[in-house]
Design a binder for this molecule. Structure first.
Ligand SMILES: [Zn+2]
Length: 226
């Protein structure tokens, strides 16, 4: 759809084309014209579907704003099914599933993550306010994702379960890299300060993403130089 093409980050499209990840339908005239024109020395802003876009419930009360920058980024997985549905609609369904789980089963005020990345490579805002805060670069929403770290980190969760031999899709990985690069740049977080949930607690989360942290840090560093 045109609306997806126009708002989709050009570099993600380019990276997907390089990968042949099946996103060719997203490349419209606008995207083609923009290829090769990504600004130097800066991570490109990825498109993120806001809570309004995916139909989130309002949080209970007000999500706490933390002024200043987080000092790290923490990667998670959501332990949802490893779906083969890579659509934007599925990403929205997943975002609602996560929020329902966190609010209804866990009793939390909102979705606990700041952002999620679907297996199809769609990014959704997690707890309400996280996206506006990211754009500002001067504040962030205190999530509920890693005990002891929520007031100083951004939590990014990947759709799927990766503690049992499964691997992310190419699109999911590439978009995760792009999102991490943008978050690191906006908040001035060194790429070396990307961690996995299990670095801060007894958990299997985020599965194979933890094994791949050295690669993730390296690719994020590269993306910030493009
Ligand atoms: Zn986790």
């Amino acid at each position: 759809m045109a609306s997806e093409t126009n708002r989709f980050d050009r570099r993600v499209i380019r990276r997907r084309l390089l990968l042949g990840a099946g996103a060719a339908g997203l490349l419209g005239a606008t995207g083609a014209a923009g290829l090769g024109t990504a600004a130097a020395h800066a991570a490109v802003e990825p498109h993120v579907d806001s809570t309004a876009a995916w139909g989130a419930r309002p949080p209970r009360g007000t999500n706490p704003v933390v002024w200043g920058s987080p000092d790290k980024l923490i990667v998670h997985h959501t332990v949802s099914a490893n779906t083969g549905d890579f659509s934007r609609a599925r990403a929205h369904t997943h975002a609602r599933w996560v929020q329902d789980l966190h609010m209804d089963d866990n009793g939390w005020r909102d979705s606990g993550y700041n952002f999620t990345v679907s297996r199809g490579g769609w990014i959704t805002e997690g707890c309400t306010g996280s996206l506006d805060a990211l754009w500002s670069g001067t504040r962030f929403i205190r999530g509920i994702h890693t005990a002891g770290q929520n007031a100083q980190s951004i939590g990014i969760a990947n759709e799927g379960a990766y503690h049992d031999g499964a691997v992310p899709t190419a699109a999911q990985w590439e978009v995760l890299v792009t999102l991490c690069a943008y978050v690191c740049e906006k908040y001035g977080i060194p790429s070396s300060r990307i961690y996995g949930h299990k670095d801060f607690g007894s958990t299997l989360c985020p599965g194979i993403f933890h094994d791949r942290l050295p690669r993730l840090r390296s690719e994020v560093e590269d993306a910030r130089r493009m």
